[in-house]
Ligand binder design. Structure first.
Ligand code: ADP
Ligand code: MG
Length: 224
């Protein structure tokens, strides 16, 4: 496999929001590549466009101008059904509030099995991701009884278990203390070492330090 292959790309992507006459240019001509097998940070202050950029990469939103490519497919112009299919088979997004990603009344293992089936993964991938991300200590517990950091690691495992080429995580340490954040960072690094490609939106310097590469945004513009 080519180490320098690109899993996804945004090319001169702009996103203009218009709410009650107010215009916000959340992304301003952003170009970036997501290299395969890497941990890539989207960094920048609050409001700089990180979540919007993840939404473009995750086929959750459509840019005003510019193109988004996943694999070798331009997803920008795809219709709703095709975009849903992309979200199932090509890219998995972990939302910032970990419990939003989980069935809190089910065990971690149950959550993983559901996520695996939704994405058409194989049963054997559940145990593999438990080992890869190192969540065996708590994965048999009900998700709702896990700590925020444990939930975040489980949510990451659920995103990974379907085997999509790309995984996105929005502020995965945003709600956590330093120790829990450290465990989440370890999980991200482990997942990438086992072959995943992860893009993480963050303003946490500890996460950025763990990343291979940082794309920095300021007021919607790429500045690094
Ligand atoms: P970050 O994740 O870096 O904090 P966001 O991508 O969430 O930044 O937001 C970038 C800018 O776009 C902000 O000014 C935000 O208020 C605006 N924005 C984001 N989503 C919407 C939306 N759905 N409607 C209107 N404005 C939005
Ligand atoms: Mg955000």
């Amino acid at each position: 496999m080519n180490d320098h292959a690109v899993v996804a790309r945004v090319d001169r992507v702009s996103r203009l929001f218009e709410v009650r006459g107010e215009r916000v240019l959340a992304l301003d001509e952003v170009t970036a590549d997501v290299p395969r097998g890497r941990l890539l940070a989207i960094a920048g202050p609050s409001g700089s466009g990180k979540s919007t950029l993840l939404a473009e990469l995750g086929a959750l939103d459509r840019p005003t101008t510019g193109t988004v490519t996943i694999g070798d497919r331009d997803i920008t112009a795809l219709g709703r059904r095709a975009r849903r299919s992309i979200r199932r088979t090509q890219v998995a997004t972990v939302l910032p509030q970990p419990s939003d990603n989980l069935l809190v009344r089910r065990t971690g293992v149950h959550n993983l099995r559901v996520a695996m089936r939704q994405r058409g993964g194989m049963a054997s991938w559940v145990q593999r991701v438990i080992d890869d991300v190192d969540i065996g200590d708590f994965v048999d517990r009900m998700a709702g009884t896990m700590s925020g950091g444990e939930q975040q690691r489980l949510a990451l495992a659920c995103a990974l278990v379907g085997g999509t080429p790309l995984v996105l995580a929005d502020e995965p340490t945003g709600a956590l203390d330093d120790v829990s954040a450290g465990h989440v960072i370890d999980a991200l690094v482990r997942a990438v070492s086992f072959g995943a490609t992860i893009v993480v939106a963050t303003h946490d310097p500890a996460v950025m330090d763990a990343c291979h590469q940082v794309v920095r945004l300021d007021h919607g513009r790429r500045v690094e």
